[in-house]
Each structure stands twice: as C-alpha cells, then as structure tokens.
Write a protein that binds this ligand. Structure first.
Ligand SMILES: C[S@@+](CC[C@H](N)C(=O)[O-])C[C@H]1O[C@@H](n2cnc3c(N)ncnc32)[C@H](O)[C@@H]1O
Length: 265
C-alpha cells in the first residue's frame, strides 16, 4: 500500500513473471470465460481500471471489444503498449491507454459510461476499497457490468499454512493484510463487504467465483507445474473453472472474482 507500491521493480516482476506461470494462464483463461459469459457481445465498451499490462483486457480487444485501459503506473502502461504492439492491427485500434489513478476514473474518462468496468488485482493495494469501487460503479453504463478481483479476507491462513509457517498461519486467521507474492503488503476484502459497496453505487451483485485453487496450493506447497505442458495446462483450466464456480471450493480460494450489474439497463 502507499505511493511507492507499484515501483518499477514490482511492476516489472508482475508484468513479466506473474503471467508466465500456470497460475497466470489459469487466471486469465478462467476469468475470460467468466467475463464473456456476462458481457454483451462485441463491440461493447470495456474500461479496465488498474489494467496494468492488459493481460485481461487485451484478449477482450482481440475478441472485438473496445477497451480503455487506465493505470497510474508509467511502467505498467509501457508494458501495455509493448503488448499492444503485438496485437493484430484492428484489435490494436480498439484499445486506448490512459494514465490516472482509479480514484479519478470518472473525471478522466470525462463522464463516459462503459458496458463493462473491470478492476482486477488493484483494491488490495489501497488503504480502503470504498472510493475506488464508487468510481467503478459511476463509470458503468445502465445495465453495465462491474467486475472486481481481489484477495479473500476469509482465507488468510491458507498461504502461511501451506508454506509451513505455522506461527504466521495462526496469526493470519484474524489478519487482513499480508506480504504478497510480489513482496508488497496487500489488504484483503470479503465478498459480502464488496457486495455492499456495489449496492451503494447502484450496482446489483450477480455472483462470484474463486480464482484458482489447486494451482495456487500446489505452488505454495513447492510443487512445480510446467507452463509449457499445454495439454496439462488445458486440463487444469477445466478443473479450476469448475472449482471456481462451486462451493466449498470457491470459498477456499485466496482470491475472488465478483460481478455486478448496474441498474437501469
Ligand atoms: C496486480 S496489478 C493488476 C493489473 C491488471 N489489472 C491485471 O489483472 O493484470 C495492479 C495494478 O494496479 C495499479 N494501481 C495501483 N494503484 C492504483 C490506483 N490507485 N488506481 C488504479 N490502479 C492502480 C498498478 O499500477 C498495477 O498496474
């Protein structure tokens, strides 16, 4: 949390490394399915707040959506620009990049409303989720989707326990923050709290998913799964997609994906 959270080093580690793992592939592919199941068909408009290098929203541009990616980090925006250059021409033209804090999103897009507003992996780096969630709701068009991914405050003991840090695991049951895999302190939320914030912004919660379970646990238990083994990765994606949508599995996931729809559509 704080101003230097997305230093050059952290941004580079996230953009270059986090998505090359099996966890990265599972996350993007499973969430892409969850999103497209709720999105209107292309060419609908998507605002990705804290969109980083565009790992989630550039595939949507490739699928025909009009994407606006907003992020305060020049390093992340540069990574997005590099990845954008690798898209085919028509998809590239469907993407705009904006430099701003998410807390100023509505002003930055000059009051434009979007068919979908994404905010994935951002809330945990802020002191409190309220101001940003309020902006997400404001930027959603009537009937528009709001998609949030963030850490699950109900499962804070999972990671230290799997890493056999037993004293940390015991303390984590009642904790809201931890030093995450990028070495930055992060804060977790609950589905219920974020659902309340969405409702306050005029967005009705639609449902929620877990975000990876088994690959996360395997990683912390020290088991390597080869990201180059495409057949295995494809099989894992199918299993994780099921776990993400069902109890009790999704409740044990360390990260959740919450969707809501703005009224008046
Ligand atoms: C873990 S990355 C997630 C990037 C992308 N959403 C994804 O899922 O791949 C977190 C991103 O949040 C951005 N960020 C940090 N503080 C922010 C803020 N106040 N408003 C919007 N984005 C912010 C960072 O610059 C970084 O790109």
């Amino acid at each position: 949390m704080g101003e230097n959270t997305w230093s050059d080093l952290v941004a580079t580690a996230f953009a270059d490394d986090a998505y090359t793992s099996v966890k990265g592939a599972v996350r993007t592919q499973v969430m892409h399915r969850q999103l497209t199941a709720h999105l209107p068909p292309p060419p609908a408009t998507v605002l990705d707040v804290g969109g980083g290098a565009g790992h989630q929203s550039l595939p949507l541009a490739a699928a025909g959506y009009e994407v606006t990616l907003l992020d305060p980090s020049p390093v992340m925006l540069e990574k997005a620009r590099e990845r954008l250059a690798r898209l085919p021409g028509p998809a590239r033209e469907r993407v705009s990049l904006l430099a701003a804090d998410g807390e100023r999103a509505a002003d930055t897009v000059a009051g434009r409303r979007f068919d979908a507003v994404l905010c994935h992996g951002v809330l945990g780096y802020l002191e409190a989720p309220g101001p940003l969630v309020e902006q997400l709701c404001r930027c959603a068009a009537p009937g528009g989707l709001v998609s949030i991914m963030t850490g699950n405050a109900h499962t804070m003991a999972v990671r230290p326990a799997l890493e056999r840090r037993w004293a940390d695991a015991l303390a984590a049951f009642d904790s809201r923050t931890e030093i995450g895999v990028l070495g930055v302190r992060g804060r977790a939320d609950t589905v219920e709290e974020l659902e309340d914030l969405l409702r306050a912004g005029g967005v009705e919660p639609l449902g929620w998913y877990g975000v990876w379970l088994f690959v996360d646990w395997l990683e912390f238990a020290g088991v390597h799964v080869d990201p180059a083994d495409r057949e295995q990765v494809a099989a894992i994606v199918e299993v994780e997609a099921q776990a993400a949508a069902r109890d009790p599995y999704r409740r044990l996931s360390r990260v959740f994906h919450l969707l809501g729809r703005r009224g008046g559509g």
